[in-house]
Ligand binder design. Structure first.
Ligand SMILES: *Cc1c(COP(=O)(O)O)cnc(C)c1O
Length: 376
C-alpha cells in the first residue's frame, strides 16, 4: 500500500525547530513569553488589525469575541450555515441564539444578498436586528469586506470575521477579514499554517484586545493575591507553540503559493469535465486555497462524490465531504435558518481533495488517476 496521502498535514519550514530550541534554552516554557509577543506583532502586520491576541485555539478566539460583544442570553447571532462546529459552538457557550443563513453556491461564502434582504426586513419590523453577524471565510476564500463593513455600519451589528481557514488570503489587496470588529484565526494542525493547536483574536479596538488578554488569563484583577470581579478562561497560547507560529508565518506566502498551484492542477484536470464543478475564487480576492473543494453532479458525471471518496480511501488517500451545514446538525435541530438549500446541495455533492502544501505533482496525479478511472 502506498503511503497515506492526507488531506492537509502540517508542513514545517526551516526555522520552527530552531525557535523551539531557543525557547528551551531560555526556559520560557509558559503561556506568555517573547515568542508570544513576536507572534502577535507578526500577525498584526499580516492582517492589518490594530491588535492581535494569541490564544489556545480559534474556537477560544471566537468565544472571546462573542463575550466581548456584550451578548445577553437569547440574543441572536447570525452566520453562515456552512462551517465547522468551532465556528458556531461558542454562540451556545454565551447562551445566544444562532440563526443560520445560506451560502452562495459558487463560492460557499455567506450569501450577502440574502443577508442584506433579511436585515432590511428586520429593520422595518418590530423584531430586533442581530447584535452580531459572523461571516465565515470558507476553505480559504475571503468575503467581500467592503460590503460586510457597510452592512455592519448600516444595520448596527458587530462583524466577526471567522477567517480561521483563510490565514494569508486576501480580498481587494487586504488580508481576509480586514475591517471587521473581530477577526478569528486558527493554527490547528490541519490549517494552512499550524502551531499544533492555536488561534488568534484580532480586534479593531485595542481596548477590546486588552480585555481579551484579561479574560484569557482567568480575569485576574491587579492585586498581589488572586482577586476576581468576573470570571475568565485559560485561553492563552504557550510560548513553545508561538515559536512554531513565528517560523510558520515566515513561510506562509510559500504555503499559499503551493496550495494555489495544487488547486490550479486539479482545476486543469477536472474543471471541464461534465458534472464537475470547482468552487470559484471570489472576484478581486486571492484565496489561500486551504482545501480544494469540488462538487459532483451525479447525473451529469455518472458518479457520486461518496463513490469517489471511497475509491480514494481504497488507495490510502484521504478526502472528506464538505462541512455539513449547521441547520442540518442534530445539535441545532431547534435553531432558526434562513434558506439553506445551496449549502445542503453542496454537502450532498461536495468533496475536499488532498491539498497539503507539501504535495508533489506525483501526489496530485495519484488522486487524479483514481478519479479518472471512475469518471471516464
Ligand atoms: C478550524 C476552524 C475554527 C476553529 O479553530 P480551532 O483552532 O480548531 O479551534 C473555527 N472556524 C472555522 C471555520 C474553522 O475551520
Amino acid at each position: 500500500m502506498p503511503d497515506r496521502l492526507f488531506l492537509s498535514p502540517p508542513h514545517m519550514g526551516p526555522n520552527e525547530q530552531l525557535y523551539v530550541d531557543e525557547v528551551f534554552r531560555s526556559n520560557w516554557i509558559a503561556p506568555i513569553g517573547p515568542f508570544v509577543d513576536r507572534f502577535e506583532d507578526d500577525l498584526a502586520a499580516l492582517t492589518g488589525m490594530n491588535a492581535m491576541v494569541a490564544l489556545s485555539s480559534g474556537t477560544a478566539a471566537l468565544h472571546l469575541a462573542l463575550r466581548l460583544s456584550g451578548l445577553r442570553p437569547g440574543d441572536e447571532v447570525w452566520g453562515s450555515t456552512m462551517t465547522f462546529i468551532g465556528g458556531v459552538a461558542p454562540i451556545l457557550y454565551e447562551q445566544a441564539r444562532p440563526v443560520f443563513l445560506d451560502v452562495d453556491a459558487k463560492t460557499l461564502l455567506l450569501d450577502l444578498d440574502l443577508l442584506e434582504e433579511h436585515l432590511a426586513q428586520r429593520a422595518g419590523s418590530r423584531d430586533a436586528l442581530p447584535k452580531v453577524v459572523i461571516s465565515t471565510d470558507l476553505y480559504g476564500s475571503a468575503i467581500d469586506a467592503t460590503r460586510m463593513r457597510a452592512l455592519a455600519d448600516r444595520f448596527g451589528f458587530l462583524w466577526i470575521s471567522d477567517s480561521a481557514e483563510s490565514v494569508g488570503s486576501h480580498w481587494n489587496g487586504q488580508h481576509a477579514g480586514y475591517g471587521a470588529d473581530f477577526l478569528i484565526l486558527s493554527f490547528n494542525g490541519n490549517k494552512i499554517i499550524t502551531t499544533s493547536g492555536g488561534g488568534a483574536l484580532g480586534c479593531a479596538d485595542p481596548a477590546k484586545a486588552a480585555e481579551a488578554r484579561f479574560l484569557a488569563t482567568q480575569a485576574r484583577d491587579p492585586a498581589p493575591h488572586y482577586e476576581h470581579t468576573t470570571f475568565g478562561y485559560n485561553y492563552r497560547l504557550s510560548n513553545v507553540c508561538a515559536a512554531i507560529g513565528v517560523a510558520q508565518l515566515e513561510v506562509l506566502e510559500a504555503r499559499v503559493e503551493a496550495r494555489r498551484a495544487i488547486n490550479a492542477a486539479y482545476r486543469r484536470a477536472l474543471g471541464d469535465r461534465p458534472g464537475f464543478f470547482l468552487h470559484n475564487e471570489p472576484e478581486t480576492g486571492r484565496a489561500n486555497r486551504w482545501l480544494t473543494t469540488i462538487e459532483i453532479d451525479p447525473i451529469k458525471a455518472g458518479i457520486a462524490a461518496e463513490a469517489i471518496r471511497l475509491a480514494l480511501e481504497a488507495k490510502n488517500i484521504e478526502s472528506r465531504p464538505v462541512w455539513k451545514p449547521m441547520h442540518l446538525q442534530p445539535v441545532f435541530a431547534s435553531a432558526s435558518a434562513i434558506g439553506g438549500d445551496c449549502a445542503a446541495r453542496a454537502f450532498a455533492r461536495g468533496l475536499c481533495l488532498p491539498s497539503g502544501s507539501a504535495m508533489t505533482q506525483d501526489d496530485v496525479a495519484r488522486v487524479l488517476a483514481v478519479i479518472d478511472r471512475l469518471s471516464r
